[in-house]
Design a protein around this ligand. Structure first.
Ligand code: ADP
Ligand code: X15
Length: 412
């Protein structure tokens, strides 16, 4: 069901609360290394400002675990946004509290304010399932949401990258604003349209490439995805949980031990439904987690003091070969620690293979902050069909999951 967007409401003189996904990659000095998640929110932001409203923007950044931590401050985002808009952006030192309320009350039409990282408060990420079973958690989440909801006259959700989360700002806040307009932004509208069309018209062979570090999230996705795609290529940190499940030694590589058993069940299940799960046949391992650390390529077991940091050259070839004839490709999660040279080679090889397949007629979707950053950083954004602002969100959408946040937004 299509949702109303910000174009369907009158924002003149209104304070509009907008949930964005400004979870952008930062380097060690706090510089934004890819601002796509900010630039892609600009059409909605500009629409509100041109329509005579003021904006209260909110987002999370990283996973600060419910505590203030300057490393995860949204201050660099406020600065970048101000440069992009060519106007001041008021940066609130928090997302709730008296000072925030005063600043919000003082906003004039055309003004923009960005709240500090929502996840500096543990209430933001209390899961609704936990809140259902614990009245105290429910109350804490609701009280937090109420404080944010009262700042504004309308709610706009444009945080596609967070659409699969039941964070307070995504669902509880709009629940608290039931007498006010609650609509989607243009970015969500665009993402849903593209991904929806892809699901409907997915031509085979359909290949999914999964990597990155959010292993527990993505292992869940595989279960549904294997029924839709012909092949799943697994790289990144996820590969070691599967390698361990196969009985391989993985040294000090990242692994989610709770999911090792699940990983072996998934491989069996995939065989039954005719989906090919391919794991790396070789791995680049390093002893230290830093650029240009001593490294080597290994096949099979990884020794105790070493950790996997990238897929090896044979795997690059194997994956490129599988992508050659693909007609639909979805990719989420880098193949290695691509931020550190030379461990970016696997991610770059896969990016080139996806671009090549696209030039041969495949429809390709790259999702996720880091994967998008890798593709954009290589100048390949125009050589793939769609760079989505959501990694986990685009995968879950493609799996056919319904997002709770959409249920609260007004239908067209
Ligand atoms: N072998 C690995 N070991 C540790 N971290 C890895 C490995 N491979 C990839 N990563 C890390 O995964 C992160 C991206 O994961 P994730 O957030 O799941 O992807 P995305 O942002 O594209 O959705 C990157 O910071 C990258 O360094
Ligand atoms: O970066 C995000 O997800 P992604 O890495 O799957 O694209 C979103 O901002 C969600 O962040 P979260 O996975 O910490 O909830």
């Amino acid at each position: 069901m299509a949702k109303k967007t910000v174009a369907d409401i009158n924002v003149q003189g209104k304070k509009v609360l907008m949930r964005c996904d400004f979870n952008v990659p930062l380097d060690d000095n706090g510089n934004i290394t890819n601002d796509a998640r900010i630039t892609k929110a600009l059409p909605t932001i500009k629409h509100v400002l041109d329509g005579g409203g003021s904006l209260i923007l909110m987002s999370h950044l990283g996973r600060p675990k419910g505590e203030r931590n300057d490393k995860f401050s949204l201050a660099p985002v406020a600065k970048r946004l101000s440069e992009l808009l060519g106007k001041d952006v008021v940066f609130a030192g928090d997302c709730i509290g008296e000072e925030v309320e005063q600043k919000a009350a003082g906003l004039k039409d055309g003004d923009v304010m960005l709240l500090e990282n929502l996840r500096f408060h543990k209430e933001e990420t209390i899961k609704d399932k936990a809140a259902k079973e614990d009245a105290e958690l429910r109350k804490a989440k609701d009280d937090f949401a109420k404080q944010i909801a009262k700042l504004a006259d309308a709610y706009v959700c444009d945080a596609f990258g967070t659409a699969h989360r039941d964070n307070a700002s995504m669902y509880t806040v709009p629940c608290m604003m039931e007498d006010k307009p609650r609509v989607s932004g243009f970015l969500i509208e665009k993402e849903i349209k593209f991904l929806g069309d892809t699901v409907e018209a997915a031509e085979k062979p359909f290949v999914a490439i999964l990597g990155g570090a959010k292993v527990s999230d993505k292992i869940g996705v595989i279960e549904n995805l294997m029924r839709k795609v012909d092949t799943i290529l697994i790289g990144g940190a996820m590969a070691y949980t599967f390698a361990k499940a196969k009985g391989n030694k993985i040294g000090k590589s990242l692994c989610e031990d709770d999911f090792v058993e699940k990983a072996s069940t998934l491989v069996e299940e995939a065989k039954e439904v005719g989906c090919d799960i391919l794991l790396p046949v070789d791995t680049v391992v390093a002893q230290e987690f830093k650029a240009h650390a001593e490294n080597k390529v290994v096949e099979g077991d990884i020794e105790d003091d070493w950790e996997g940091v990238d897929i090896g050259p044979k795997t690059q070839e194997l994956f490129a070969d599988k992508l050659k004839n693909a007609k639909t490709i979805v990719w989420n999660g880098p193949m290695g620690v691509f931020e550190l040279e030379p461990f970016d080679k696997g991610t770059k090889a896969v990016a080139r293979a996806v671009a090549d397949a696209t030039s041969q007629g495949a429809r390709s979707i790259i999702g996720g902050g880091d994967s998008a950053s890798a593709v954009i950083g290589m100048g390949l954004e125009d050589k793939v069909s769609h760079v989505s602002t959501g990694g986990g969100a685009s995968l879950e959408f493609l799996e056919g999951k319904k997002f709770k946040v959409f249920s609260i937004l007004e239908d067209k």
